[in-house]
Design a protein. Sequence first.
Length: 244
Amino acid sequence: MTDFNQNKKILKYLTLFFGGFLLATDVFFLIFGILYDMPLMRYVIYFKLVLNTSNMYFIINKHYLISNVIIYTVILGFMITGVICSGTGDCFQLYALGMLACISYNGYMHNRVLHKELPFALLIAIHVLCYTGVYIYAANSDPLYEIPEIAHRILIVFNSVATFAIVIIYVCLFHRTAIKSEEMLEKMALVDNLTGLYNRHYLLSILDNSENEKTENCWIAMLDIDNFKAVNDTYGHNCGDYIL
């Protein structure tokens, strides 16, 4: 599988995962809003359920940019709703932080697969402003609802775990991408693309990393063919490969 097809597959399943994740959180928060009598949360969840269900259509039909706009908007909107309902102590604001890694990696994947992406700096700025804004709001306003201590603990655990899950997934993907890119660049630098043989850069790297040993146990062979480029240019690469 080529890198392009692999990236396309990752983008598809990653966006699909996020769509499913949001639907699952909708069910959780709807039950929570019903149990602890939080009408605003329930009404927002009703709207979110319609929006997130519709979003699955865009994901299945590969409208990934539109889908991501919906995802970012829904998460920020519900983060603000959560802080209004129960304050910053229940960790709703963490979603804005967790989404920073998501925005960065999704932007990279959109650029690689779709050759276009959502405005990265603008999205980051919006999330930072929303994160700051909810703290300013909470400092000047009391939570809309009073809920039991056990309910606060449930929200803290759920929101923290959900945020860490988002961050861990994207950090692992970044880690994998970085290692794979380094390995590919290293191979391009050390191996001749035409013959598949190691080049002089590889030999130099081996010499730098090799331990001092007795010379009788080591050997090195170097081959210099006069006018090799001219042979390739005149008779073709197949002839050059034969000579090598």
